[in-house]
Design a protein around this ligand. Sequence first.
Ligand code: SF4
Ligand code: SF4
Length: 416
Amino acid sequence: MKPLERMLRREDAEELLSRCVQCGFCNATCPTYLATGHELEGPRGRIGLIKSMVEGHEVSAKTQLHLDQCLTCLNCESSCPSGVEYRRIIDIGRAWMKDRIPRGIAALLPRIILSKMMAHPRVLGLGFRVGRWFKYLLPSAFRPYLQLPRRLSLDPSPATETLRTVLLLKGCVQRHLAPAINQALRDLLRKLGYRVIEIGPADCCGAVGHHLGESETAKAQARKTVKALSPYLLEASLKGDQAPIIMMTSSACGLMLQDFEALYQNDPEMAEAVRQIHQWTLDPVELIERHAPEISDRIDHERVKGLNLKIHEPCTFQHGMKLKGRLTGLFSSLGFKVSQGKASHLCCGAGGVYSLMNPLMAQSLREEKRRDLGLEGEANTIALTSNIGCMLHLDSKGDVVHWIEFLQGVFKEGRG
Ligand code: SF4
Ligand code: SF4
């Protein structure tokens, strides 16, 4: 089957592309355009390249490079006045490219290894262990992913469980590198009265393969996640407004769950399940903010005295899920003094596995982001984020943490 047929009908692709009026407003917020000043390293240029492909013009390895260097940060979607759905256009471009321009073995191998490893949790775990032994022989871009996993030792929380059920997906990378994040959310939610069921073992939700343009691998992984959720989806359809909430603690994965709908738009067998998943998936911020008054009474502010708290809202959170400002708003409403960097809309360079594939650009964006957050130079500064990829990429000796782990750490057992 041809790539466009796999993704969507040709007329749909043309309709998506036709919404771009080539005004170029988006270039002003594109990190790769700002770094290079090159038209084809910006969204307008990339959309032009994809349009040209769809119209049947020749494509070259240079086109492939310009699409590969896109971070999929979706900043261009947020700044486009014409409502262009760049995320769908870049998917078309990558699927088209995959069949037209074969990659050399050196470029292909890491993509295949990464996307296949994500499909096998045990192989992934083994990969992390072996990687730790050979840490100093590997390129430096891999090192953030080779840290020892952090776990919390928690007393079992009193489980009142009067509120809705939360289906918490375990995640693939996170369960190996930072299981403490899910532990912290589970603990917080149970203290607030939710019944939490951890779903797994499921593979990667498909986000990594999707980022790499491996749409078939991504779809196979997404299908497994849907299957893991299916018994609860069926139960939920009987419960109406008491349907469970589906949640992941990584905003990149939460966005992927919501995007299953687009991935399976031409598959009638999957349509109802992915519609329900979209409807019932919430980012943890969207749930915790409903309890802000109750939580704010139970914060131990003494424990954070003297800390300079910065908020890093990942691209998947602010541009993908359209939740810009909500993490900052949550912490402000809980009584914390927090701020964002001046360039908070710009990507930190993590971009899924982008930092492994394009380490130079990723490193330069990382340094800019750390400076913007005040992590270089301002004393006692900690940045709170909502995505493990950004956290690992930006962190330097514990100065970037997941907001959930931070909040759980300052949440008091009893009322203050
Ligand atoms: S994507 Fe939007 S902002 Fe960018 S050139 Fe097209 S219409 Fe203009
Ligand atoms: S997704 Fe990000 S990197 Fe890619 S074109 Fe849009 S703004 Fe630029």
